[in-house]
Design a binder for this molecule. Structure first.
Ligand SMILES: Cc1ncc(COP(=O)(O)O)c(C=O)c1O
Length: 374
């Protein structure tokens, strides 16, 4: 069976290094807020050319904490695409805001023209989602947001290392929110996330919110590092075990992206003449292919064909947000036609750095045979 995704290959290859690093960390008596976290935070901020940043417990928390720092009021609206992961939307609700769903373009992404149509006097935040590994048109979105005094929180969970006009995602808006969920570009062996920002005041606030509202940032503060809450916070720590794994993997992150792009290019080369819609890399974008997502009206048939030939595939995402019971009453624009159309035909095939060339070619061969038979 060619798995849609697996970490085992990577783990077996690096097991000794991972375990020895974890042991070195634990033997020093650190579990939280130790050296590994410190090193990782510094590296991540430097690599993605941001001024400040904090690691948090998950990508969901990165979005939640960013939004909590904005003190949303009951009627404040947050614009978000309907074709996204549930947590982009749950974070808005949990931060006390009102999500307003918008449609996507043919590239599956949020655009300024879709954002404009949904903006009203209550719009406080826009969350562009850099879905599948490709950046939204961030310059244009920032221009509109700045003009209308709307904050931008970027959901970069699937797009670490992606760029728009040579600038990294996560560095355009007030904050960039990343996920280290195992299937992501830099996956750990548990949960983890990161918030980048260039705004010092915002940075201080998200750092407090991450840790029960306690001040751990500035030595001059009266209650520095005391068990004293300056404000209401949550608990969202990235522990030393996950940080030590991430530190080892992070050194190699460009290579992980290189391998993903290489596999994507083999898929594109082999599948380009078939009657199926392939993911496109927009001009001005550097795509990191967190997923390789195709579109075909006969998705079910194709996925079954692949399954019968021992190839797993997945739908990311099968239900637009407004179609799920938990979000039935959500605010939305009238026209979500692209989201609805795509949700009926998108499916993703295996793409991860350890995927073997022979498996990539087997997938191509099977897809070719299948599509020609339709
Ligand atoms: C687009 C998007 N946003 C947010 C998240 C949430 O990240 P996490 O699973 O680390 O909480 C994910 C991951 O599933 C995602 O794909």
């Amino acid at each position: 069976m060619i798995k849609y995704w697996s970490f085992l290959e990577e783990y077996k290859k690096n097991k000794n290094r991972f375990l020895s690093n974890i042991n070195k960390t634990l033997i020093k008596g650190n579990i939280f807020f130790g050296k590994q976290l410190n090193i990782f935070e510094k590296r991540f901020i430097k690599k993605y050319k941001s001024k400040y940043g904090i690691a948090v417990g998950s990508g969901t928390d990165a979005i939640l904490i960013s939004l909590l720092a904005l003190n949303l009021k009951k009627d404040d609206e947050v614009i978000v695409p309907a074709n996204t992961a549930i947590p982009t939307v749950s974070a808005i609700v949990n931060a006390g805001g009102k999500p307003r769903l918008i449609d996507i373009e043919d590239d599956y992404l949020t655009s300024v023209s879709k954002i404009k149509k949904a903006t009203n006097k209550n719009t406080k935040v826009i969350i562009p989602v850099h879905l599948y590994g490709q950046s939204c048109q961030m310059e244009e979105i920032m221009k509109f947001a700045n003009k209308n005094k709307i904050k931008v929180i970027e959901d970069c969970a699937q797009a670490q290392g992606a760029k728009y006009k040579n600038k990294f995602v996560g560095t355009f808006g007030l904050s960039g929110c990343f996920s280290f969920y195992p299937t992501k570009i830099l996956g750990t062996y548990g949960d983890g996330g990161f918030i980048l920002t260039n705004d010092f005041k915002f940075f201080e606030k998200i750092k407090r919110i991450r840790f029960y509202g306690i001040e751990t940032n500035n030595h001059k503060k009266k209650f520095f590092n005391e068990y004293y809450a300056y404000e209401n916070g949550i608990n969202s720590r990235l522990d030393e075990i996950q940080s030590s794994i991430l530190n080892l993997k992070f050194k190699n992150v460009d290579n992980l992206i290189y391998k993903r792009r290489k596999i994507a290019s083999i898929y594109i080369k082999n599948l380009k003449n078939l009657k199926i819609i392939l993911p496109e890399q927009n001009t001005k974008c550097f795509h990191v292919y967190n997923t390789f997502t195709l579109y075909h009206k006969k998705r079910k048939y194709i996925m079954n064909y692949l399954k019968n030939n021992n190839i797993q595939s997945r739908i990311i995402y099968p239900y637009p947000i407004q179609k799920m019971k938990g979000y039935e009453k959500i605010k939305k624009v009238k026209d979500l036609s692209n989201t609805e159309k795509f949700s009926k035909g998108i499916f993703s095939i295996p793409l991860y750095p350890e995927l073997k060339l022979k498996d990539v070619l087997k997938i191509c061969k099977n897809l070719k045979n299948c599509i020609k038979s339709i």
